[in-house]
Design a protein around this ligand. Structure first.
Ligand SMILES: Nc1nc2c(ncn2[C@@H]2O[C@H](COP(=O)(O)OP(=O)(O)OP(=O)(O)O)[C@@H](O)[C@H]2O)c(=O)[nH]1
Ligand SMILES: [Zn+2]
Length: 203
């Protein structure tokens, strides 16, 4: 989806003072942001995270998934590196939206896994589209990334837009008894690179 740049402001966080760049999808009105730290105009690959919205995990401390833990670890890693970008993409629930995600969680409470629940609701397992990343990165002059992800589809999607992924940085944090089944299904059905025994120590 094509996006247009709107404005930039400072965003102080416990991890560092980022610049927040706002973008809008003219066709849908969806709003996305990029947080950046450090020099943008450089040929050096940039540490990056493309993070899809998860209100429950990112803002409400849900332990059903690993999103909140990954968001925090990504911002911490960018701050440690002194340079990087986090693209926060407003595609909640792998693209089905918040209320459908609650419907899907209800089905999971009754025994479905994360993929089966989507399918029972008539959705594909993952409806996300990463094309807005191309415009956002191009606007900021960034073409080469060290991407923090465990998701092979994300890597392939960004590469298909001509973005150079020079390194894939694993992001294994937040495994707990409430998301064990979810993470196992991500690995077995969605192909995520997740070892069975993760090192949860963020040090
Ligand atoms: N439909 C659905 N969406 C979920 C569920 N659990 C988490 N999500 C969504 O899954 C998405 C996770 O996105 P990301 O954090 O980018 O993670 P990812 O695609 O799994 O890949 P990583 O980069 O390895 O973290 C968010 O949009 C969440 O809202 C679920 O059970 N059902
Ligand atoms: Zn989540």
């Amino acid at each position: 989806m094509a996006v247009r740049y709107v404005q930039t402001c400072r965003l102080p966080t416990p991890f560092g003072v980022f610049d927040m760049h706002g973008f809008e999808e003219p066709d849908t009105g969806k709003e996305h942001v990029a947080l950046t730290l450090g020099e943008l105009d450089s040929d050096e690959p940039m540490l990056a995270r493309t993070h899809s919205e998860c209100l429950t995990g990112d803002a409400l401390y849900s332990m059903r998934c690993d999103c909140g833990y990954q968001l925090e670890e990504a911002l911490r890693s960018i701050a440690r590196e002194g340079r990087g970008i986090l693209l926060y993409l407003r595609q909640e629930g792998r693209g089905i939206g918040l209320l459908n995600k609650i419907r899907a969680y209800h089905l999971q409470d009754q025994g479905a896994d994360t993929v089966e629940a989507n399918e029972k609701l008539g959705f594909a397992a993952d409806l996300r589209d990463y094309s807005m990343c191309r415009d956002m990165l191009s606007h900021l002059g960034i073409s080469s990334l060290k991407l923090m992800t465990n998701n092979p589809r994300k890597v392939a999607a960004l590469q298909s837009y001509g973005i150079d992924i020079v390194e894939r940085v694993p992001l294994h944090v937040g495994r707990n008894p409430h998301n064990e089944g979810y993470l196992n299904t991500k690995q077995s059905k969605l192909g995520h690179w997740l070892e069975t025994h993760q090192d949860d120590d963020p040090a």
